[in-house]
Design a protein around this ligand. Structure first.
Ligand code: NAP
Length: 664
């Protein structure tokens, strides 16, 4: 018998007297005793120390820690698969939960390192010029919240549900208190034990509550975040906690969702899009026995094809569910007998508005076969647009035209995802414009993307997961966006010098310093932010311009034809190529000998600001702007580069990216 423990204040706490017995949903055998209560004061005080330890690390250090943790979990994931089938899930279902959760950690960790600074604060947007002479500027930054992330998860994804919240919170620098659904808590507990074994996280960065956490929510404040996944009823109850409302505690909710899938009017029977729709719909109804927050619930199809589609889909859905520990089982069980009772009650409620195409055979325990319904009058129907049967159930809704399909999709009152199967760009445009405001994600698939499309029901770490209205109004994931849910955005104003000290990056107007030697002779760690090189000048001649034109083949008239160039509103006459100026700039600032600078990897934000005529003289200012560790041996140095002419007028600006060795 499994006895999942809570992990609170660094101690494992066994189930208490209030523990309930959990049954294997496929066989009815008792598998675990789970539940208890914990001291919220211990949870919060232990988390507070971890918060300080996390904030003492910088963003990239935390992202590296999450990557290391994902690697460690990946090495021990078979321990999780060993328990997976007890939840009713097949190995394939478990892949979404276990490998999907670990994969999400890898992606978020990688985005944290590639898209966030190797520093203490995240910079959001550009430096805003707030004064005429540039002595007073502004910058939005994001810093870690100084509280705790309370993560309350649903039963259906005991691993992914935890890891997709934990990774962003850790990278943000916020400790987590994880509360899984009791029904599948033993799987989350096994994962938390592996996380603790790894020794990779500061003490208290993750705590686990199996059961109830007392008055924890009453003790939260403005620096805390509650991130909830589950039913709308529980979300409503928890988010209405008076102290959360009073204190303005962030509450992110991912709840019930009546997701729609639209078959485009162009998708005739037998077309590639028809086949893709059938394949995806069958997969959505059967994966995790339909217990996926993103599963297709309402299938919105052209009225003239609704019967044919119902017949074709029913044929694909004649699957007998079974014990998921048996390798031949294609579809497992609902999570519990109570969940099955709930689904059957919803089917009862739907019966006034729907007809049965395929009914789930009355099977034992929490097993339930796919059930397909049609709703002949979807305009008059209400329950089908308002209640979620969280099981292998979907309903076909016939539509008259694309506008009608859009209206039906939006009747769900806000969803996590709606999908469209069409090859017609005009339909794609109409449907996305008509539905996007009501759905957190719009997924399109057709013959061009089918081989690589990730599936209607897959939330991806790169893309936001959440939805308006009935779906809870929350948002998670979406790359760096998901990390920012655990950070505070603050507008900082001041002089360039002070702002540069805050952000750790040089900004125009901040002091320039001179190093002991050419900056390209300095190693990554020696280069100081603000270190600047002012080059000699170089005159641009007409011969240079002609030579460059013939050498490269760029004989655009502005460089070659005086009269035509003069007629152009941008040029006083023949001018130098922008790329010639960049090349001359490199010639002015480069240090030719082998040294710490390994490569030039790109330019960012290039703009040419004034034309350069023959006889003009060019000079360059190159300032170390930002440093980012990349590997064990080298990092990226970004240089702020400004080209000016003999009158000190700005000719071009850009950020030059170089890879610089740590030693050399
Ligand atoms: P649930 O009954 O609402 O439970 C969700 C979580 O809330 C569980 O961890 C539960 O713990 C906890 N909880 C319930 N009452 C609580 C209380 N008074 N104080 C603190 N925690 C409390 O939902 P579920 O049955 O687990 O999940 C199914 C629902 O989740 C479906 O409606 C589905 O649509 C939705 N869902 C949504 C998403 C999404 O991303 N939008 C994802 C998955 C599932 P106990 O188990 O210990 O009661």
């Amino acid at each position: 018998m499994l006895e999942p423990a809570s992990f609170v204040g660094g101690e494992w706490i066994a189930p208490g007297p209030e523990a309930v017995t959990l049954l294997n949903p496929a066989t009815g055998a008792a598998i675990a005793r789970a539940g208890g209560s914990v001291d919220p004061e211990v949870l919060l005080s232990h988390a507070s120390g971890a918060g300080a330890a996390l904030r003492a690390m910088n963003i990239h250090d935390r992202a590296r820690m999450v990557k290391a943790l994902a690697t460690y979990l990946d090495g021990r994931k078979e321990e999780l698969y060993a328990l997976n089938s007890l939840t009713g899930a097949t190995r394939k279902d478990g892949w979404i939960d276990i490998d999907g959760g670990i994969g999400t950690m890898f992606v978020i960790a990688s985005k944290g390192r590639r898209e966030m600074p190797d520093g203490d604060v995240y910079l959001d947007g550009i430096v805003e010029q707030l004064s005429r002479n540039g002595t007073f500027v502004g910058q939005h930054i994001a810093v870690p919240l100084q509280g705790v992330a309370v993560q309350i998860n649903a039963f259906n994804f005991p691993i992914w549900g935890m890891l997709e919240k934990l990774a962003p919170a850790l990278i943000a620098g916020v400790p987590s208190i994880v509360k899984p659904a009791t029904q599948t808590s033993y799987l989350t507990e096994a994962c938390v034990r592996i996380i603790i074994d790894s020794g990779l996280l500061p003490d208290g960065a993750v705590q686990l509550v199996v059961g109830r956490f007392g008055d924890l929510l009453d003790r939260l404040g403005p620096q805390d975040v509650v991130s909830f996944t589950g039913s709308a009823d529980t979300a409503f109850k928890l988010r209405s906690t008076p102290s959360l409302l009073r204190q303005g505690t962030r509450f992110i909710a991912e709840q019930d969702s009546l997701n729609a899938a639209i078959l485009g009017a162009d998708a005739e029977a037998g077309s590639p899009e028809w086949d893709i729709f059938l394949k995806e719909a069958a997969r959505e109804i059967t994966t995790k026995a339909g217990q996926k927050c993103t599963a297709m619930r309402r299938l919105i199809v052209p009225a003239d094809r609704a019967d044919a589609l119902a017949e074709a889909l029913a044929a694909k859905l004649s699957i007998t569910p079974g014990d998921p520990s048996d390798e031949v089982t294609r579809m497992g069980a609902l999570v519990s007998a109570e969940q099955k009772t709930d689904v059957l009650a919803k089917l009862d409620a739907f019966s006034a508005e729907t007809k049965i195409v395929l009914t789930g055979a009355d099977t034992d325990h929490a097993l339930m076969a796919p059930t397909l319904l049609t709703c002949p009058d979807p305009d008059a129907a209400t329950i089908i647009h308002e209640q979620e049967a969280f099981g292998p159930v979907a309903t076909i809704l016939p539509y008259r035209d694309t506008g009608h399909a859009i209206a039906l999709a939006n009747r769900g009152g806000g969803s996590l995802v709606t999908s469209l199967f069409t090859h017609d760009p005009a339909i794609a445009r109409q449907v996305v414009h008509g539905t996007a405001a009501w759905h957190g994600r719009v997924y399109m698939n057709d013959r061009d993307s089918a081989a690589e499309a990730t599936g209607h029901g897959s939330p991806l770490p790169h893309m936001t997961h959440g939805g308006p209205g009935r779906a809870g109004g929350g948002e998670e994931l979406g790359g760096v966006r998901g990390i920012l849910h655990y950070m505070q955005r603050t507008a900082v104003q001041g002089s360039p010098r002070l702002l540069s000290a805050v952000s750790g990056q040089w900004i125009k107007g901040a002091p320039e310093t001179k190093g002991p030697k050419h900056p390209f002779r300095r190693t990554f760690h020696q280069i100081a932010i603000g270190e600047t090189l002012h080059t000699d000048t170089r005159e641009i001649t007409l011969e240079d311009i002609e030579h460059f034109a013939h050498f490269t083949g760029d004989t655009f008239y502005a460089h070659m034809d005086e009269a035509a160039a003069q007629a152009n509103p941008f040029f006083p006459g023949r001018v130098a190529h922008g790329y010639l100026l960049l090349s001359f700039a490199a010639g002015l600032f480069v240090q030719p000998d082998p040294g710490p600078v390994l490569a030039n990897t790109g330019l960012e934000g290039l703009s040419f600001q004034s034309p350069v005529s023959p006889g003009d003289a060019l000079k360059v200012r190159l300032t170390a702007k930002r440093k980012t560790r990349r590997t064990d041996t080298y990092g990226e140095v970004a240089w702020d580069v400004t080209l000016t002419n003999q009158d000190d007028a700005q000719v071009a600006t850009y950020t030059l990216l170089t890879m610089v060795a740590y030693d050399g």
